[in-house]
Design a protein around this ligand. Structure first.
Ligand SMILES: Nc1ncnc2c1ncn2[C@@H]1O[C@H](COP(=O)(O)OP(=O)(O)OP(=O)(O)O)[C@@H](O)[C@H]1O
Length: 258
């Protein structure tokens, strides 16, 4: 019997996605599959729709008045825009890390324990375990283990961003969305986050918006190039950067515009 190729289901499947802010269309017929345990980078010039697209994946655009979405987004085969979707649960499954580190004005411990507490975990022992595990996963534990009760806002910018990653991981998401997570950070903190992204894909599926093409090339398995709300090219990162299939991609990655 002929050997059959193993078909792995994508973690995320986007089909024919259009998004409008009022009258203005910001995404045009975007389709994309994202494989589990991979890093996907979204690149493109300012205003091309990268952040808008990222936010559709955990329905963060729902919070913006006048947004209209057509098309389908499935997470493990389930349409996340179905009526019966619990958006709170969706955002637990699909965590998010933002451009500027935004820890709560609470202790380091309470920042990480925040999500688990909201989801009903009260046992001190269990919370201690989650806090330690999440901080370890975010490569921050050793730096903060002796000052968990200190205020998070006293950490450096890079540490705050790793804390925000730990906070996102504490509720055990499947997918982590990152919107330019290093744009406010110095080069050393940036490389720490980049290393971390590589480690995290063992357990999580990561979609990251970046302005920095070198960063996309360093951290991602697949890259999606957006222009004026359209997905122009989506391919293995090596292929997209070394042998782009579209002239517009080539012009962008060689710095002809952007
Ligand atoms: N809340 C909003 N209301 C109306 N229009 C918006 C809103 N957010 C974004 N847009 C518009 O949608 C388009 C895509 O914006 P988006 O922020 O997704 O692009 P981007 O590629 O992430 O840009 P940048 O790299 O500058 O963050 C732009 O034309 C932008 O002006």
């Amino acid at each position: 019997m002929a050997e059959q190729a193993v078909q792995t289901k994508p973690a995320i499947r986007v089909e024919n996605l259009d998004l409008y802010y009022g009258e203005k269309q910001a995404l045009y017929n975007v389709s994309m599959d994202v494989a589990e345990n991979s890093v996907t980078a979204l690149i493109g010039p300012s205003g091309c729709g990268k952040s808008t697209f990222l936010r559709t994946l955990n329905r963060m655009n729902d919070l913006i008045p006048g947004v209209r979405i057509e098309g389908n987004i499935e997470l493990y085969g389930k349409n996340i825009y179905d009526r019966d979707i619990d958006v709170e649960m969706l955002r637990k499954e699909v965590g998010m890390v933002f451009q500027a580190p935004n820890p709560f004005p609470k202790s380091i411990y309470d920042n990480v324990a925040y999500g688990p507490r909201i989801h009903g975990i009260t046992s001190k022992k269990k919370l201690d375990e989650i806090v330690e595990k999440s901080l370890r996963q975010a490569a921050l534990w050793d730096e903060v283990k002796d000052r968990l009760k200190d205020r998070a806002t006293g950490l450096s910018g890079g540490q705050q961003q790793r804390l925000c990653i730990a906070r996102a991981l504490a509720v055990e998401p499947e997918i982590v969305l990152m919107d330019e997570p290093t744009s406010a950070l110095d080069p050393i903190s940036t490389s720490k986050i980049e290393e971390l992204v590589q480690e995290l894909k063992e357990k999580y599926t990561i979609v990251i918006v970046t302005h920095n093409m070198q960063q996309a090339a360093r951290v991602s398995d697949k890259t999606a190039f957006f222009l004026n709300g359209e997905l122009i090219e989506y391919d293995d990162t090596n292929t997209l950067f070394s042998n782009p299939g579209n002239k517009k991609t080539e012009d962008y990655i060689t710095g002809r515009f952007g």
